[in-house]
Design a protein around this ligand. Structure first.
Ligand code: GTP
Length: 370
């Protein structure tokens, strides 16, 4: 069985992390998210995957090639221009030969794919949509079904009095290729606003597959931080790389940790990282490869990509640092702040309340002060 993963979006909500890195390639616990996804598919028996790429397409080719490193067959197909979710699958239709899984490339889930396929076959469905319950249905597109799980209606961001279900589209589909005859070629076309409403009208069988599997869209800054925390505290099944050196502290390769540094798990430390005298790293936190954590730094709930250098006394709380940043002494980055790549932030700044700093920014000493 084949799968198509949609990975061509711009990832605007996650900027500046997606300025240089397409969203499905951003690291999740020091591993490109798409790589984790591919390995999960392979483990569930899907070893031939089509990646529908567009934005920063070369990054996928460089990292994944033909898939042989992951012992899979990968076809990386670039759209001439963004075609939208259904248009992107239409663009690779010639590679499909039977029921096909289609995934959004920004959803972290441990959904049971075999169970979903069995359901699809049992119902003789043409389109099966995975569904997940949410607490506040007014913020989402809801999917209404009859007693046999056949989809009856889509409700986009309904008013409270119109709510009849709390199930939303979870971004995993099984689709019979014949259904793509309804998708116009060479055009921008979406599943949610285009194909699915059309299938309701044509009467082709379309079913919902509700599940309580773990589900998070990694495409917003706070959900990106939250999903790290969920993985580290064990809310979602995840195979950590590296070796466990203390209670819930994983080390990938070599690292230098000063004997006076304090590490309180769950924490993952990338290879080549140095943690200096008196530094405190409190979980859930992830440090990428080749980071340098200066003396007396204090980190909690932080996600650092590779090659970040923190000088003495830097404070990081509930924040993300992209790749290759230099952070001056005693600077504080807290409260959902996101720093892009290759920034140089001078000493004694305070960045807070979800502030976003674009790649290559240079900030002087106490430019944003406290
Ligand atoms: P935002 O700009 O933050 O909304 O993110 P996004 O561009 O990724 O859009 P969205 O989250 O709605 O997309 C869901 C999935 O579809 C993501 O995995 C995207 O990469 C993918 N996607 C969205 N539009 C396209 C497209 O035009 N072509 C392809 N190949 N994939 C797309």
């Amino acid at each position: 069985m084949k799968a198509v993963i949609l990975v061509g979006g711009l990832g605007t909500r996650l900027r500046p992390l997606t300025c240089n890195t397409p969203k499905p390639m951003i690291p999740l616990v020091n591993q490109p998210f798409i790589e984790w996804m591919l390995l999960r598919l392979r483990d569930q028996g899907i070893s031939e995957v089509i990646l529908a790429v567009q934005y920063l397409a070369d990054r996928f080719r460089e990292t994944l090639g033909d898939g042989s490193r992951l012992e899979m067959t990968l076809h990386i197909v670039e759209e001439p221009e963004p075609r939208g979710t259904a248009g992107a699958v239409k663009n690779v239709e010639h590679l499909l030969d039977g029921p096909t899984f289609v995934f959004n490339g920004d959803v972290m889930t441990d959904l049971d794919l075999r169970a979903m396929l069995a359901f699809h076959r049992e119902k003789q469905s043409m389109v099966t949509i995975s569904l997940t319950p949410v607490d506040d249905p007014t913020q989402f597109g809801l999917v209404e079904m009859d007693g046999q799980n056949r989809v009856q209606r889509f409700l986009e961001k309904p008013r409270a009095e119109d709510i009849t279900t709390n199930l939303i589209n979870a971004g995993t589909y099984i689709i019979e290729p014949e259904i793509f005859r309804y998708v116009p070629p060479n055009q921008f076309y979406m599943f949610e606003r285009g194909l699915f409403p059309v299938v309701l009208q044509t009467g082709d069988p379309m079913y919902g597959f509700p599940s309580r599997a773990y589900w998070t869209d990694i495409g917003k800054p706070q959900t990106y931080i939250d999903v790290h925390h969920d993985i580290l505290i064990g809310k979602v099944r995840y195979g950590f790389r590296g070796q466990q050196i203390a209670d819930r502290v994983w080390l990938e390769g070599d690292a230098e940790i000063h004997p006076t540094a304090q590490i309180v798990g769950p924490v993952v430390i990338g290879p080549g990282t140095v943690i200096e005298r008196g530094a405190r790293v409190i979980g859930p936190s992830v440090l990428g490869a080749n980071c340098s954590i200066g003396p007396e730094c204090s980190l909690e709930g932080a996600v650092l990509w590779d090659a970040n250098r923190l000088e003495e006394g830097v404070v990081l709380r509930n924040c993300v640092l992209g790749r290759g940043n230099q952070i001056g002494a005693r600077t504080q980055i807290v409260d959902g702040a996101i720093i892009g790549d290759a920034c140089s932030l001078g000493p004694e700044n305070r960045l807070e309340r979800g502030i976003r700093v674009w790649p290559n920014t240079n900030l002087g000493e106490r430019a944003i002060s406290f």
